[in-house]
Design a protein around this ligand. Sequence first.
Ligand code: G3I
Length: 345
Amino acid sequence: MAGLDRRTVLAMALGLSACGARAVDAPGEIAPLKSLSPFPLGVCVMTGQLDEPQWTQLAHTHFDRLTPEWEMKAEAFFMNGPREDFSRADRIVDWARQQGMGVFGHTPVWYSQVPDHFTALAASAPQRFRDEYRAYVGRVIGHWRGQLAGWDVVNEPVTDEGSTLRDCLWSQQLGHEGYVIEAFRAARSADPGAPLLINEYNLETNARKLATYQRLIEACLNAGAPIDAIGTQTHVDCELAPGAISATVRELARFGLPVHISEIDVSTRYGDARRQPAIYAEAAEAMAALPERQRFGLTVWGLRDSDSWLVRDRRRARADAPLLFNGAGQPKPAAAALGEALARI
Ligand code: G3I
């Protein structure tokens, strides 16, 4: 069914449901999720997965946008020294283009990945820091000028506790709001056509963090920062209260900007795993409840359970099944529930 437009796939789903079958959960098969969705559906990717036929077939069938899981971060750019190496991410962008899929950039400015040469620069020549920071963001965003569906320009600016903004080298040198504003300005100059986003996690479960995030966005917008849309990562688990995703998306949408559910996964390590389908369905319903112009899209943070950062990280003792497809690439009830929620939009 790949390649069918949404109307055709919906008609097929309605036809099947009329005779009692649910098109989205025929045993082992579901309709292509991207064909059911009125907004972009994304999944994160790592270059190694491009060599896995099962991964590439599933990803191309169900999703229309890819977010590099680590290859567009400082850790990838500077693995071989202080000059950006874009080759890992280039491979993803090239593959996506061949597949007719979009790529969403993630993320040059993150408190947890400050390149060593910036730390050295702050100590040796702080007067040059701002210019080099702007130049770095400009080189990254400009490398794929006109090619990407958008960028998480700044990631996770709020502390875990939620009342304050994170301290990091960027904030120490340029101010807590300053480094955000400078990054967005440099990004806009480097790629005027790319939607520019800010991105944060735990907004569904930490009201302080959500409020601090909103205050930062407000302050940066008032200072003229070109923030085009707002990301909420949505790394949640099965203890999540019903309605929490919808309330968070609704709250962020009050800026009148598009909202991106940017990294959803639903850990089954906590709570009743039978809640997982309803939580994925709520994410689709939350996006659908927005005006069309505010639906930036929904991105899942991994394809198969075995691909998840929550599973790959062997330090996590307990098993987990946070994604839509199981380790064998078969759709889970969560995938069927997401498909049904999308088909109802
Ligand atoms: O696979 C490479 C290997 O080839 C390379 O030699 C090695 C060198 O360090 O790195 C390996 O890549 C690792 C990569 O995950 C793939 O496993 C990186 O070390 C490791 O840092 C990277 O971790 C990623 C993490 O962000 C840090 O970048 C996770 O995959 C990724 O899921 C996680 O994603 C974050 C979002 O960006 C922000 N929101 C939270 C989310 C989960 O932590």
